[in-house]
Design a protein around this ligand. Structure first.
Ligand SMILES: Cc1cc2nc3c(=O)[nH]c(=O)nc-3n(C[C@H](O)[C@H](O)[C@H](O)COP(=O)(O)OP(=O)(O)OC[C@H]3O[C@@H](n4cnc5c(N)ncnc54)[C@H](O)[C@@H]3O)c2cc1C
Length: 466
């Protein structure tokens, strides 16, 4: 066994065989690659969400693909540093992995690199957070400035290699545990992700209507790629490259050009939030603006429960929350509406909402989720001003104009007249003393009264501690 015969490709959030910098490096420097996934026993015990089902299906799919190339995905159970030391010692193999910027991942990788030779590569984002800094070397705190610098940088070369020429370790090389069976059937993995991306970015794809359609909650016209990006089943390099290719067409009408640019901007928001937790890891649990950690939050469990279960009496909020509990997803506009409602109408700490989202979202990603919550709450980096409060009735009327989305998730409102679907308590058919419609409750708070109480609470924290 020579020193450089084996390498370990430690699969974490890069469940793909194409455009994969960690795999590229592992195969370039060594004759045989051992693809390895490590399951933490604590994680398996608590694994019961749609997100873990999505992950397990993705692992099964990756294993199938590897078998087409003569290899397999090896699965081990245990603490990463212990598992890796054992295997790395046995095969005299260094480890290659895509860098992950969450505080948990960084601590884990630090521990691992004390035990074994670990090479971290780019891949989760186009640019490493350290590459997008101000002229003085400081991290950006304002998105528009981050975006400007990001766009001025030369895109890195996409990882390219011939999969046929990579030798993957055969099954006999190492023992492997079975991949846990997903409890629900979900469409996951690189093949599905690539198909979705190809459809969205095709010449007649939905990307060209993105500016216009992206906020409509009664349609599903965004890419739907977030869970695939979360687990690296599609490469962000490939998506960005394709989107820029579309802009190269000189005949592209200006509305379509601007739609493609808007979509690219969303991917840059993703990079902004990844950079944010890298530079400011404390923001996962603390407000970026410390004064807002002194808000006198409402701790009423009942209010929180009504929000979680979709029983606030505001149809657009409740439809989203019911969709989240059933499908593990909410449209971006819906995420902003329900987050605003929890924080600004119920005055409940944004961390309660962020944690419920992480529990339920298939695409649950610490960076994007923390960024989205702190942005909506007005406590974060380049956040919406805290006094910006979404009006749940107007938002519903604007982004679900016929109430189609609401009716899908709230059967109690299927029969209601269109004009009342976002404010059913106004329905002329109801008697004066009614307080619900077929069991669907009337609002638990008055939006305008609640809004003003919240603004006072934010204002006080700002004045006393800002
Ligand atoms: C309160 C809140 C919580 C959120 N939590 C998450 C989360 O846990 N995981 C997650 O991936 N996204 C999160 N987002 C961002 C956004 O809602 C989703 O990325 C988007 O809805 C995914 O749909 P799509 O793939 O069709 O996106 P598209 O509209 O097609 O956008 C393309 C990609 O860009 C990225 N993106 C789009 N919008 C944003 C954004 N605002 N911030 C960061 N990245 C973005 C995503 O990776 C997305 O897949 C959150 C937003 C809010 C307001």
């Amino acid at each position: 066994m020579t020193q450089d015969q084996y390498s370990i490709w430690w699969v974490r959030r890069d469940l793909r065989l194409t455009s994969n910098p960690a795999l590229e490096l592992a195969s370039r420097e060594h004759r045989e690659v051992i693809p390895l996934f490590i399951l933490d026993p604590v994680f398996i015990r608590s694994a019961q969400s749609l997100r873990t089902d999505f992950l397990f299906s993705g692992l099964i799919e990756l294993d199938k693909q590897l078998r087409r190339f003569g290899g397999k995905l090896f699965v081990q159970v245990g603490q990463p540093e212990q598992v890796l030391r054992r295997i790395s010692d046995h095969f005299q193999a260094p480890i290659y992995a895509e860098e992950d910027y969450t505080p948990y991942a960084r601590q884990r990788d630090e521990k691992v690199s004390m035990e074994v030779k670990l090479f971290l590569t780019r891949g989760l984002t186009i640019f490493h957070p350290d590459e997008v800094r101000t002229d003085n070397g400081a991290p950006y705190q304002v998105f528009s400035q981050f975006k400007k610098r990001w766009l001025s940088l030369q895109l890195p070369k996409k990882a390219e290699y011939d999969l046929e020429s990579i030798t993957f370790a055969r099954a006999q090389r190492l023992e492997s545990k079975p991949i846990p069976e997903p409890k629900t059937s979900v469409s996951s993995g690189e093949t599905v992700g690539l198909e979705k991306a190809a459809d969205f970015l095709a010449d007649d794809g939905d990307i060209f209507d993105y500016s216009f359609n992206r906020s409509r909650m009664d349609r599903e016209l965004t890419s739907g790629l977030s869970p695939f990006l979360k687990f690296g089943m599609v490469s962000v390099d490939a998506l960005i490259e394709k989107a820029f290719d579309l802009l190269d067409n000189p005949l592209l009408p200006s509305t379509q050009r601007s739609a493609v640019e808007t979509w690219i901007s969303e991917l840059i928001w993703r990079e902004f939030f990844q950079a944010a937790i890298y530079h400011f890891p404390h923001t996962v649990t603390k407000s970026f603006r410390p004064a807002f950690d002194h808000i006198a939050w409402n701790r009423d469990e009942n209010d929180l429960l009504k929000w979680k279960s979709g029983c606030t009496g505001y149809p657009i909020v409740d439809a989203c929350m019911r969709q989240l509990a059933t499908k593990g997803t909410i449209h971006n506009r819906g995420r902003m509406i329900v987050a605003s409602f929890l924080v600004k109408d119920l005055l409940i700490d944004w961390r309660e909402g962020a944690s419920w989202f992480m529990h339920n979202l298939i695409d649950g990603d610490i960076a994007a989720n923390t960024g989205g919550w702190q942005w909506t709450a007005g406590t974060g980096l380049d956040a919406a001003p805290y006094f910006r409060v979404f009006n749940p009735i107007l938002q519903g009327q604007k982004f679900d104009p016929n109430g189609e989305f609401v009716r899908t998730w709230i059967p109690e409102l299927r029969e209601i007249e269109d004009k009342y679907v976002h404010q059913p308590w106004q329905s002329s058919r109801l008697g004066k003393n009614a307080n619900s419609i077929k069991g669907y409750p009337f609002p638990i708070v008055d939006h305008f009264i609640a809004r003003s109480a919240t603004l006072n609470a934010f204002e006080s924290a700002k004045n006393l501690f800002g």
